[in-house]
Design a protein. Structure first.
Length: 374
């Protein structure tokens, strides 16, 4: 059976990518520089993200069955293609580390109160390794099964927050320079749609499916913007000290009539989202690595991921503050390359393909006309 996925499964992956690194720490980080106007910076970043969707559709239409690696190799050569894939491996690895680091600190504060790193690694790594070994079809089906539960948990967190004291956030208080600075500083947190390009050959795409992709994209964006709005409405001036946005929405509303504590909903929702995000980015890492080294089997790519992840996290950037600082200081350079430069290259390649195709079609028509006249 071909390892392909439906457009619904692609849409679900897109929503999990939209949630990546945006439901816990990001609202607090963005508020430090631009206050509630962070919503405007967030909206601009999402607009730039969604621009990747028509580029993806254009490239997919131009090369329906080809792998991204083969497309790039035929247009820019093996050397530059491997450089691009090396950048992608770094990007996906840093994504996994950032997602794990932020959620680990949240769970440590909420459950264990002490360090439980090795327990977390032993619990998480086998699950995401199995997802990668099963292929994109396997873990996308799992996401499809749990999508309704995760979405219900997310929406319930937003609804329960309405039972707390809220006020309209104060907008238009930040300078436009601060807004653009915030856009740059958080560029790495976005651009997750690049994952779709790495599995472009595994996506079943039919005429009319582009509308469904946009629907999933806008729905995910709407939920995150709504989360930001409710979070700033609840905390306003103290937003910068609350680092777990989705969970913190339930503070002061954890007792709901006779239901009891409902913060467990946020906890389970965050855990599921984190697990699926790590599977997506781990698969992106292994897929990119095996593209660079064609003889490397997926099993060894997974082992290499585990070892690299453990070394980088434990010895170098596993510290929470170091990870946060890296995300807004030097990782934005990587974000700019991934979010904007690579998609621009993909768009140019797709346009060149269509231009050449149109020329061939014109030549073919002229030949047919000449034959008919003869």
């Amino acid at each position: 059976m071909k390892d392909t996925i439906s457009i619904r499964q692609v849409g679900i992956i897109m929503i999990f990518c939209i949630f990546a690194n945006k439901i816990l720490l990001l609202p607090s980080l963005m508020y430090e520089n631009t206050k509630a106007d962070s919503i405007f910076a967030l909206s601009i970043l999402f607009v730039l993200d969604i621009l990747l969707v028509p580029i993806f559709i254009k490239l997919k239409s131009s090369y329906p069955d080809k792998k991204l690696y083969d497309i790039l190799k035929s247009k820019i050569g093996v050397f530059f293609t491997k450089i691009i894939y090396l950048i992608l491996t770094i990007f996906f690895m840093m994504k996994v580390i950032s997602v794990f680091s932020i959620t680990y600190v949240y769970l440590k504060q909420q459950i264990y109160k002490d360090e439980f790193l090795w327990i977390a690694l032993i619990s998480v790594l086998p699950v995401i390794n199995h997802g990668v070994m099963c292929g994109v079809r396997g873990f996308s089906r799992t996401m499809e099964i749990f999508f309704g539960v995760v979405l219900a948990g997310f929406i319930l967190c937003l609804i329960f927050s309405l039972f707390t004291n809220m006020s309209m956030p104060s907008f238009f208080v930040a300078d436009y320079k601060d807004i653009f600075k915030s856009i740059y500083s958080h560029a790495f947190t976005f651009g997750d749609f690049i994952f779709l390009f790495t599995i472009i050959d595994k996506i079943e795409f039919k005429k009319g499916d582009e509308k469904r992709l946009y629907k999933y994209s806008f729905f995910g964006v709407f939920l995150i913007i709504l989360l930001f709005f409710l979070f700033y409405s609840k905390y306003e001036v103290t937003s910068f000290i609350h680092n777990n946005a989705l969970a913190d929405l339930l503070v002061f509303s954890v007792e709901f009539n006779a239901v009891g504590r409902v913060d467990i909903i946020a906890m389970l929702t965050i855990m599921f989202i984190t697990l699926f995000q790590m599977e997506i980015f781990c698969f992106g890492f292994c897929n990119s690595l095996t593209s660079i080294f064609p003889l490397l089997k997926n099993f060894y790519a997974v082992i290499f991921f585990d070892i690299t992840f453990g070394i980088l996290y434990y010895l170098f950037i596993g510290n929470y503050q170091t990870m946060v600082t890296s995300t807004i200081v030097w990782l934005p350079f990587l974000g700019i390359i991934i979010n904007y430069i690579l998609p621009l290259i993909f768009l140019i390649i797709a346009l060149i393909k269509n231009k050449n195709k149109n020329k061939k079609d014109k030549i073919k028509r002229r030949r047919l006309d000449c034959e008919e006249k003869i």
